[in-house]
Write a protein that binds this ligand. Sequence first.
Ligand code: 13P
Length: 252
Amino acid sequence: MRRPLIAGNWKMNLDREAAVSLARGVGAAAGDGEVDVLVCPTFVHLDAVAQAVNDANVHVGSQDVYFEGNGAFTGETSTDMIKDVGCTYVILGHSERRNVIGESDELICKKVHAALAAGLLPILCVGELLEQREAGQTMDVVKSQIEGSLKGVDAVQMSKIVVAYEPVWAIGTGKTASPEQAQEVHADIRSLLARLYNQELADGVRILYGGSVKPANAADLMACGDIDGALVGGASLKADSFAGIIEAAASA
Ligand code: 13P
């Protein structure tokens, strides 16, 4: 059975005090561990947040990482650095990094390999733009992002990766993909992983949905057979709304 994962992507939000207070609130809401709970603050708050959730059933991840180990890479942060402050997960290829910062599949793939080599669990994000969905290209886009970002990743490594399907048109817009729309893409992603690797591996990979997930829509999304959790932006910034999503996953 795939264990649900509810991950909060705090993006570029909160000051240190608010981040620590939210982390404590999430720790209180995380319960006894039926669901894996993860928070991903900005780099500068990782250390404080990891300390705040130290005794709780909450994992900490970063929102990105660089692929080089160390050296002259101004502004970048290495896998060892984020592990050192308590990270076990790392979000890679988020749509804002792909579409705002301009990251390519090739760069994301290097980061995936670096994260795996460091023993971090990558959350690989994929998803189509509105015009791509309207042109019927959703699965072509998602397939090329997955294949491009996973070049050279073998089956053992793939078993450590979480995939997050985040349709770009649903991120921060209040427009959630319907459970049917999300389930269709999730099932297609699982079939693609079965073709690229094997069915047993594909059946074990967790595929999260992201894009305007809230307590009110979480239960219907989590009830879908191929949706194994959520990557949550806005609704992860308040402990009570994030707790509502954790509860929906626990009772799905
Ligand atoms: P929202 O939940 O704010 O739509 O953000 C989704 C997201 O991008 C999570 O990574």
